[in-house]
Design a protein around this ligand. Structure first.
Ligand SMILES: Cc1cc2nc3c(=O)[nH]c(=O)nc-3n(C[C@H](O)[C@H](O)[C@H](O)COP(=O)(O)O)c2cc1C
Length: 361
């Protein structure tokens, strides 16, 4: 049987099924797995599934605008491709393919520092709004060199991922003896970021915090307390994330943490979020809770694994359609019209899991 062309995908479920069929067991486990019991992975979905909608009617939604601003630029949806290390194990071209898909559809890409073909080649691959995400693997000079290269190559912001003080135990990878290429060369048991502290954030802001520098995003905030400290350091974006449940096990779902962070930040910085966002309704929930951008981790990977650049673009098109249907049925003609009053607590009705948003799989 020939694999379907991307235009034949009519639902995200078909894209997920094609991705699964195309992906070898090692990379598949790497993609869908989480830490230890995978409780945090499931709680990401549970938190989203535990939010219900309160629709308003008769509001003239004949013209829906599902676009949004991202660091001052207009994007087609309030979503971005979250940083993914080792994308090259899931799709030919790795981050360059992600860049092309992001540019073709019209959303930003956040590039991981552990993804091929690297900072310069990914920037050259396509013209889209880009953010560079760094795992700190060297001294201050090494970090500064990455900031300079990001700026020289047109990246709009710089992101430090901070939920990686220890490298977690991802048991699907361990059991399957799947060794990520960038881990293969690392000394056993190395926890590169265990010595990092807020001092490094202060150093970044002191050195690059003026108008010539790049705005700073701190990715991996999961409490109001740390959001407050980030804002006190002048961070431009507080990114609520638990790394897709791949780091600390038994954490809370991102959508459950988001309200306390939005409240603590109180408009002094932007709040972005990721973790389990797989559907248009999920994106709408994240924005209604006060995030200005939703990161797509596994969903973007699934699109790329299904059919490369075309698969990613198709996944984003279907997501956009889902967003528009949801906004219209909520009586909101744009994201600006959404409020927390469109949401309420509701019991989840299905067993949460990494792919539970796709019950036909
Ligand atoms: C395969 C894979 C690789 C990832 N690599 C990185 C990375 O290099 N840097 C990073 O900050 N986060 C990384 N993450 C976390 C994502 O950026 C994002 O926080 C997470 O995937 C969001 O959850 P979701 O997959 O449920 O959407 C990775 C996630 C996955 C699934």
């Amino acid at each position: 049987m020939n694999a379907p062309h991307s235009e034949e995908f009519l639902t995200l479920q078909e894209i997920v099924a094609a991705a699964r069929a195309n992906t070898a067991p090692g990379p598949w486990s790497y993609l869908i797995g989480g830490a230890e019991t995978e409780t945090t992975v499931r709680r990401n979905r549970l938190a989203l599934d535990s939010i219900g909608f309160r629709p308003r009617v008769l509001r003239d939604v004949s013209r829906i605008d599902s676009g949004a601003a991202f660091l001052g630029r207009r994007m087609r949806l309030p979503v971005m491709l979250a940083p993914i290390g080792g994308l090259e194990s899931l799709v030919e071209g790795g981050a360059a393919s992600a860049a092309r898909g992001a540019a073709q559809f019209g959303v930003p890409q956040m590039l991981s520092s552990v993804c091929q073909p690297g900072l310069e080649a990914t920037a050259a691959a396509a013209d889209t709004v880009r953010v560079f995400q760094l795992y700190v693997r060297g001294d201050d000079a090494w970090v500064d060199d990455h900031v300079k290269r990001a700026k020289d190559n047109g990246y709009s912001a710089f992101c430090l991922t901070v939920d990686v003080a220890m490298y977690s135990r991802r048991e699907r990878d361990i059991v399957g003896r799947f060794v990520k290429p960038w881990r293969a060369t690392a000394p056993a048991g190395s926890n590169f970021q265990s010595g990092l502290s807020w001092d490094q954030v202060k150093r970044y802001k002191d050195k690059f915090g003026d108008k010539h520098g790049l705005p700073l995003i701190i990715k991996g905030i999961a409490t109001a307390e740390d959001a407050e400290i980030a804002v006190a350091h002048g961070v431009e974006v507080v990114y609520v994330s638990n790394h897709g449940g791949r780091q600390l096990d038994h954490g809370l779902g991102s959508a459950a943490v988001l309200p306390e962070v939005v409240k603590a930040v109180a408009g002094r910085a932007q709040v972005w979020v990721d973790g389990g966002f797989m559907r248009g309704t999920d994106v709408v929930k994240g924005i209604a809770l006060g995030a200005s951008c939703v990161g797509l981790g596994r969903l973007a990977c699934l699109g790329l694994a299904a059919d490369g650049v075309a698969g990613l673009v198709r996944a984003l098109e279907i997501l956009e359609e889902e967003v528009r249907v949801c906004l219209g049925l909520l009586g909101a003609a744009s994201f600006a019209e959404l409020t927390p009053a469109h949401l309420c607590a509701a019991p989840a009705v299905s067993e949460p899991g990494v792919l539970s948003a796709f019950p036909l799989i």
